[in-house]
Design a protein around this ligand. Structure first.
Ligand code: 3HC
Length: 293
């Protein structure tokens, strides 16, 4: 059966969820964005308005196009509003118990043909799928930050994913202007498995005093041609997310390269999570510090 994906739901409108909602709305799909409470919902709406507002200011969107994109997104605090969605993508915090509880609810609420996707950075898609009565219709659809800009989507299939579904989701990713890659269900998939190992190593080198933060950033940016050095990128991804991904990688691999650097844990404990809190490895008040997202 070939599905048509026209109405999508996005649960969780933090940095990633709001970016994903924007990507779907830009591609002409109707989006229902769900958040747990009205304050979080307003922050999600603010993300979308801010991001499309910046595109308008740069002349990348007209006022009419922006209005059309925003008009395709409905905001709600009720999961029940996802009853007629063709696809729901989850972008809530990386806590397995939260994800399992959410997928149990989505399985009850969503129509039987709906596909349920998770944007998890590293958790087991198989375990999430197993909480539902439709594990064949559960996949990973992993976007990258900032979602409106980054071209990749990892499409994660499990041993229970029904034949053909990963290809249909990959076709949807292409419709969104993204390039899909097909990946099996192992912690961190391809990108985070490789990327977080490198980012963690950069934090270890900083702690060991090999070089200063800005010198490590400059070295990797200018010496390797990366768009951002590791500490700027860690601040963009979020130190909490980075820490959580490393914990999952370490739990699966027991490889000490995945053991989170103590400095990372310390910053997370202090609530210095990166750009989203105005400070992480870089602080907003520093000259040349990161702009708020
Ligand atoms: N939301 C929407 N659009 C954004 C944005 C955001 N947060 N940040 C930047 N952009 C847009 C800008 O508006 C601009 O668009 P335009 O070309 O139409 O004018 C374009 O991106 C380029 O932005 P800038 O000129 O301001 O800045 P840069 O050229 O430095 O690009 C960057 C910014 C795209 C973030 C670039 O530095 C980059 O690619 N960095 C690496 C990001 C990366 O590696 N992400 C993956 C992280 S891993 C991950 O997400 C997985 C997760 O599971 C942890």
């Amino acid at each position: 059966m070939t599905r048509s994906f026209e109405k999508v739901g996005v649960v969780g409108l933090g940095t990633m969820g709001a970016g994903i909602a924007e990507v779907f709305a830009r591609a002409g799909l109707g989006v229902t964005g769900v958040e747990a409470d009205p304050a979080a919902l307003e922050r999600g709406r603010g993300h979308l308005e801010g991001s499309t507002g910046r595109a308008l200011a740069k002349g990348r969107l007209t006022e009419a196009e922006r209005a059309e994109i925003l008009g395709r997104v409905t905001f709600t605090t009720s999961l029940e509003d996802l009853a007629d969605a063709d696809l729901v993508i989850e972008a809530i915090p990386e806590v397995m118990d939260f994800k399992r509880a959410l997928f149990t609810d989505l399985d009850r609420i969503c129509k039987p043909s709906a596909v349920l996707a998770t944007n998890t950075s590293s958790l087991s898609v198989t375990e999430i799928a197993a909480t539902t009565a439709r594990p064949g219709q559960v996949v990973g659809m992993h976007f990258f930050n900032p979602a409106p800009v980054m071209k990749l989507v990892e499409v994660i299939h499990t041993v229970t994913t029904e034949d053909g579904l990963a290809e249909e989701v990959a076709a949807l990713a292409r419709r969104l202007g993204k390039t899909p890659v097909s990946v099996g269900d192992r912690a961190g998939f391809v990108v985070n498995r490789l990327l977080l190992t490198y980012l963690n190593h950069a934090a270890v080198l900083l702690e060991n005093g090999l070089a200063a933060r800005d010198d490590i950033d400059a070295a990797m940016k200018l010496g390797v041609g990366l768009p951002m050095g590791p500490f700027t990128l860690l601040d963009l991804i979020g130190l909490d997310t980075s820490y959580e991904v490393l914990c999952v990688l370490f739990q699966e691999s027991r490889d000490r390269r995945h053991a989170p650097a103590p400095i990372l844990r310390e910053l997370v404990t202090a609530g210095l999570l990166g750009r989203k809190t105005g400070g992480g490895f870089h602080r907003e008040e520093e000259p040349g510090g990161p702009p708020p997202t």
